[in-house]
Write a protein that binds this ligand. Structure first.
Ligand SMILES: C[S@@+](CC[C@H](N)C(=O)[O-])C[C@H]1O[C@@H](n2cnc3c(N)ncnc32)[C@H](O)[C@@H]1O
Length: 390
């Protein structure tokens, strides 16, 4: 405990850890490395990148395409980063994406997508088939995700919606049979190639439709707002009514998403780098925005709703990964337990690749926990489910 009290962490955070039965000593592992993921196709540039950032990149043996760096090395100003050859993403986050077993042709839903590190990895794994639908409630964060997709030239098969993930109900893009008369099809507006330079009138209309105007978050009743789509995302050429068609329950079993990621909003207590940002914003802000009991109760309700809705949109036999960067039992195992109780068709799945991962089991068998001491990564909880026919 003596060592813990030397941590540059506020009392409120240490109290939070204690109240949640978490061992504060894991945060002493201050030499936890940073990680990068190499853009597929950039392997040949490895030596050049090392020379530029002036350090050796150490391959992460258990995670293809990932390399570790010394904790304090900054990559944001490097040429390789600016040119989109490397991504900054923690290894535990990479493991959560790998747990989805993405394969070409999958239609993937990322329900809490912004700022998009995992979404980019999903898009890279998909390659040139399938689709990715990214949803996030925070417009400014999803706009950053759009910038990232464009920077890494990954947008072709993606579409992004500002929407509430607890109620989002659009299925994967479908190819519509064009049996309707040409006349009715032509009367309706169809989506043309996406452009950021929309006409002034259209932008004004969209701005007006956003309420409340001052807020960065969408109102709960608002319908999803499409803020980006790529040329192979399936959006091009469909009409608004086709795109915004809600998938019904019976249909979702065969035509829902193949893979769903619910990387839920949480207290972020597993990421010490995130917590330390509050040193600048003020520890009081950390308490108000993150740790107070009312907020954490609301969070667990949000998490269960996100998980439940993500599962609703999953096809039969599809896979869903639930992850949080919190290490509290209430935001992880408790959520999983409650969800399993309420969803008879949900079954926890073994994450096969995890036998080679440096993590430990959560309190529920088949769930995983990464933490700085066990894994040399940020803290992350991961659970994987499938949908059974019942
Ligand atoms: C842990 S972050 C996701 C990180 C992201 N998956 C990545 O890899 O970059 C959680 C996200 O959930 C979003 N969020 C919070 N409430 C939401 C809701 N009701 N629906 C959709 N997204 C929500 C937040 O805006 C935040 O961007």
């Amino acid at each position: 405990m003596e060592e813990v009290s030397k941590l540059p962490l506020p009392e409120a955070f240490l109290d939070f850890l204690q109240a949640n039965g978490l061992d504060a000593s894991i945060y002493i592992a201050s030499d936890t490395p940073r990680y990068i993921r190499l853009k597929p196709g950039s392997e040949g540039d490895l030596r050049e990148i090392e020379a530029e950032i002036n350090c050796n990149l150490e391959r992460v043996a258990w995670l293809p395409g990932f390399f570790s760096l010394p904790p304090h090395l900054q990559i944001a100003n490097s040429k390789a980063y600016k040119e989109g050859k490397i991504y900054g993403i923690d290894a535990a986050s990479g493991a959560a994406v790998l747990a989805l077993n993405i394969s070409g042709g999958d239609n993937v839903l990322d329900l809490c997508a912004a700022p998009g590190a995992k979404l980019c990895m999903i898009a890279d794994l998909l390659g040139d088939s399938g689709s990715v639908t990214g949803v996030d409630i925070a417009r400014h964060r999803l706009a950053a995700c759009r910038t990232m997709l464009q920077k890494y030239a990954l947008g072709d098969r993606c579409r992004l919606f500002v929407a509430d993930g607890t109620t989002f109900s659009l299925g994967p893009v479908r190819k519509f049979s064009h049996s309707r008369s040409c006349e009715s099809a032509c009367k309706e507006d169809t989506f043309t190639e996406w452009t950021s330079r929309r006409p002034w009138k259209e932008r004004k209309k969209a701005r007006k439709a956003r309420k409340p105007a001052a807020s960065a978050l969408i109102a709960e009743s608002d319908s999803p707002e499409l803020i980006f789509y790529g040329r192979d995302s399936g959006v091009l050429g469909t009409s608004k009514s086709e795109l915004y068609q809600i998938v019904c329950r019976s249909e979702v079993l065969s035509r829902g998403y193949d893979k769903v990621l619910v990387d839920a909003e949480c207290t972020h207590d597993g990421s010490i780098r995130h917590i330390q940002k509050y040193e600048h914003w003020g520890w009081e802000t950390l308490h108000q925005r993150v740790l107070n009991a009312e907020r954490t109760d609301n969070l667990t309700n949000l998490q269960i709703k996100l998980l439940t809705n993500g599962f609703k949109l999953l096809r039969l036999g599809g896979l869903l990964v639930y992850s949080t960067c919190s290490l509290t039992v209430s935001q992880n195992e408790d959520v999983v337990e409650r969800f399993l109780k309420e969803n008879a068709s949900a079954e926890l799945q073994e994450i096969d690749a995890a036998k080679d991962w440096p993590c430990k089991s959560g309190r529920i068998p088949k769930t995983l926990r990464f933490d700085p001491v066990t894994s040399q990564t940020s803290g992350l909880f991961v659970a994987k489910f499938t949908k059974l026919a019942i």
